[in-house]
Write a protein that binds this ligand. Sequence first.
Ligand code: AMP
Length: 300
Amino acid sequence: MSFLAALRALAQGLDGRVQNGQNPRQMMIARTLQELHAAREALGPVGFVPTMGALHAGHLTLVATAKAAGRPVAASIFVNPTQFGPKEDFARYPRDEKGDLEKLEAAGCALVWLPGVDAMYPPNSATTITIGGPALQWEGASRPGHFSGVATVVAKLFGQIRPEAAYFGEKDWQQVQVVSRMVEDLALPVRVVPVPIVREADGLALSSRNRYLSEPERKAAPALYAALTHTAQEIAAGKEVAAALHRARQSLAQAGMVPDYVALVHAQTLEPLASFAAPARLIAAAKLGQVRLLDNVPVG
Ligand code: AMP
């Protein structure tokens, strides 16, 4: 270390100690399990935000929510191969490590875990988590193996980070229910905290994949949220559910989308509801060009 670097490190350390016992400007970055364990020792209880990177304001809201709880925040960036199907976009999933680290640092993250595939899936690993219940339908049916990949990687991340609480976006409503089910079933010592969806001004839910929408597709994309809010109002007002869902699919098709599903479901079990009964959620997935859009709204 040069004299200048040593001086800078000393100044930063002193600055941090004076403020609150840890340097708020120094985010730790762990790339190996050894580095992660050392960083975790240094931090005490943390809130955890797992991500696949290509970060946007939705992810940063998770970090802000975790931070507001008063604990240091650990985030992870790992594009998890096991939650992508063979024909899905794992290879072309957006990656921007430098930009992501800058955003996490600016958001006040204390630690970022950047594991390689070998740290998450050592060659001798032989354990996979299988989830029934809320994982079986919708995304689970359209993307076989997806929730098993999600549950397995999330369980491993929980074991590595040992967070007190973990923050998940309601953007992936079914995922929140699947992870909550796993945490309860396996008695994992972590609290799952759902965070509301962050949207563009025109209603489109923020997503790392939105960057792949062409200009006309981007203009058409808010039709998904518009259809969901309209349909949720119809259902809450007592309109027949099957007919309302049918109209929603039609309006998505009119906007140039290929709807995968639009469904009224029990908010936790994800079982379809033939008629409105709280707690309910209206969930949808639709393909717009090459991009699969996912969204959901509360009902009633
Ligand atoms: P991903 O990087 O897509 O795996 O997302 C990481 C976390 O960010 C998940 O818990 C997502 O549900 C959450 N997330 C993604 N988009 C949004 C959004 N628009 N609003 C709130 N949370 C989001």
